[in-house]
Design a protein around this ligand. Sequence first.
Ligand code: PRP
Length: 178
Amino acid sequence: MIGIEQDLEIAISAADLKARIQELAAQIDRDYRDQNPVLLGTLKGGFLLIADLVRMLNFDLEIDFISARSYLDSTTSSGRVDLFKKLSIDIRNRRLLIVEDVVDTGLTLRRLVEHLEATGPASVDVVALIVKEGAQLSGVSIRYAGFEMDERFLVGYGMDLAEKYRNLPYVAWLKDVK
Ligand code: PRP
């Protein structure tokens, strides 16, 4: 079957994703069991990660989503992060875990943490499946990081180029984009 894979080179296989997410889930279980945290998935890119992660966590937690967008239809950040969705859970005095697919420039995460901290949660931690080498975190710490990758543009497992490729079960490089 000829599908969308022909333009791609696999960067992280589905099996490696699953194994690493299981390791992160074990750490989160140790740190958050009995804390009833709010896991906050970042749309759209984080939708598969949060779906897989929460099925590996066997304790009480709540789930909400926030929508952040800065890449528009390009492979480079616009430099501006738009936040779209209001939370439906009151996060004041709650322990928050942001669940992010990729931290590339770091701009989205910094903006998200700043926005959420202003609403008075008990704590804010970050799960990021992929952290790029050049990420500028300036004071934001990523407690649970899956993979460190170089700066090449990635698609798949939630990540897109102009809305394409999000449905891939693995992470890939585009062959003609450096
Ligand atoms: C992507 C990704 C992260 C962000 C990371 O979102 O999901 O949220 O970019 O990039 P940064 O560290 O350079 O800010 P995008 O803006 O593409 O929106 P999407 O998740 O809806 O695809």
